[in-house]
Design a binder for this molecule. Structure first.
Ligand code: S3P
Length: 426
């Protein structure tokens, strides 16, 4: 499937209970199972390329995995050296968290990824890990994969990170669990906190005080994880924007994590005037519930705080900006430049192709709301860029190319989209 043409749509009322399961939690669930004694049980695991690569790596590291198609049961007798090269595919989360997990494991490991991942910066994890004794290397002095890791003993640390990154925080927490003393990790702004919640739920001694996380090394293996992975708010948000930009549209997105560090984009859409309601139905490791989104005319906003809480949703939020009245601005979002594509450049060029006026800055952009026009947009191999411009097509029609990347996070995206509108594959 290389190209799709999206036909504009005229309103819909829909309940979706099959939003893709959360990618961040799925990666973590299979990795953390390796730190437990006994069998972890994971249901609603995201069966997409990124997370299946993590599951495969966990198998290569010696975990026993029994998968009946509904529940994945994982038991491990410690991390074992693998004769395989460990392939993270397109996933930065996979690669960075495995760096933390493997830095103290006995043996030698090689992590690699696809052509996009091999261009993304890894020094943000390899540098602080090397500082505490990890033996990690890669191209460009440890910045670029393939990375090689030889497990070593790690020293206790007090690390103050300059970037708000859940991937860096999680890698360091995983390292701290096997360091030789109590460790602290401080971040400039709170990033998503699934690692802390899940590991605490498994019995790890982790305490959080504002931006500072204190980790006591594991004295014994953790309790197994028993988790149903909630729906991914970042995936759900494509359909939230679909409803918010389409007159006469209303949607209910079911079973989504309502973790505050993940629903900031919904809050931004609310500030723009969309009608949004949250209904909590469960609370296991995380609050979980349904999100209702109804169309209302949108107005421009500025987004400059808590950027890491909505970093993944900024591309499709920008489609809402293009449909709003006034000039919307994104600031302090330089991290967008090192995602699956340089998302400042790919969003700006995509919106311009659709006839929208955009000013580009080093750390964001300004979008002048207007009338979206049908265009041809390339995803640059980035799943969120592909899905964002497909959603724009609901307003004006669109041809989007290079679509395989959507399988990294949201394999049933087109199935759900076709409940709203017609699409033609070319
Ligand atoms: C993720 C953290 C975020 C996010 C990524 C998933 C995670 O990256 O963009 O899609 O699961 O920890 P950073 O932590 O690098 O900001």
């Amino acid at each position: 499937m290389s190209r799709v043409v999206v036909i504009p749509c005229e309103g819909f009322t829909l309940n979706i209970s099959e939003i893709a399961p959360d990618k961040s939690i799925s990666h973590r669930s299979v990795m953390f199972a390796m730190l437990a004694e006994g069998t972890s049980e994971i249901t609603n695991f995201l069966r997409a390329e990124d997370t299946l690569n993590s599951l495969n790596i966990v198998k290569n590291l010696g975990a026993r995995v029994v998968d009946d198609g509904v529940t994945i049961k994982i038991s491990s007798e410690g991390i074992k050296e693998s004769s395989e090269i460990l392939d993270c595919g397109n996933s930065g989360t996979g690669m960075r968290l495995f760096c933390g997990l493997l830095s103290s494991a006995e043996g030698h490991f090689v992590l690699t990824g696809d052509e996009y991942l091999r261009r993304r910066p890894m020094k943000r994890v390899t540098a602080p890990l090397r500082n505490i004794g990890a033996k990690l290397d890669g191209r460009n002095d440890g910045d670029l994969a393939p990375l090689s890791i030889r497990g070593a003993s790690l020293q206790a640390f007090n690390y103050e990170s300059k970037i708000a990154s859940a991937q860096v925080k999680s890698a360091m927490i995983l390292a701290a669990l096997r360091a030789d003393g109590i460790c602290t990790y401080t971040e400039p702004e709170l990033s998503r906190d699934h690692t802390e919640r899940m590991l605490k739920g498994m019995g790890a001694e982790i305490s959080v005080d504002g931006l500072k996380t204190t980790i006591t090394p594991m004295k014994k293996l953790l309790s197994p994880l028993k988790i149903r992975v909630p729906a991914d708010p970042s995936s759900a948000f494509f359909f939230a924007v679909a409803a918010a930009i389409t007159p006469n549209a209303s949607i209910i997105l079911e079973g989504v994590t309502l973790n505050e560090t993940r629903i900031e984009a919904f809050r931004a859409l609310e500030r723009m005037g969309a009608n949004i309601k949250y209904e909590q139905t469960d609370d296991k490791y995380e609050p979980i519930g349904n999100i209702h989104v109804k169309y209302a005319p949108l107005k421009a906003i500025t987004v400059e705080d808590n950027i890491s809480w909505l970093i993944d949703e900024l591309p499709v939020l920008s489609i809402a900006f293009a449909c709003a009245d006034g000039e919307s601005i994104i600031k302090n979002a330089e991290e967008l430049r090192v995602k699956e594509s340089d998302r400042i450049s790919t969003v700006v060029s995509g919106l311009r192709a659709c006839g929208i006026e955009v000013d580009e800055y080093e750390d964001g952009y300004k979008v002048k709301g207007g009338v979206l026009k049908a265009a041809k947009v390339d995803s640059h191999g980035d799943h969120r860029i592909a899905m964002s411009f497909i959603i724009a097509g609901l307003r004006c029609g669109m041809e989007v190319s290079d679509l395989d990347c959507i399988n990294t996070s949201f394999p049933n995206f087109f199935e759900l989209l076709q409940k709203i509108t017609k699409v033609e594959f070319k």
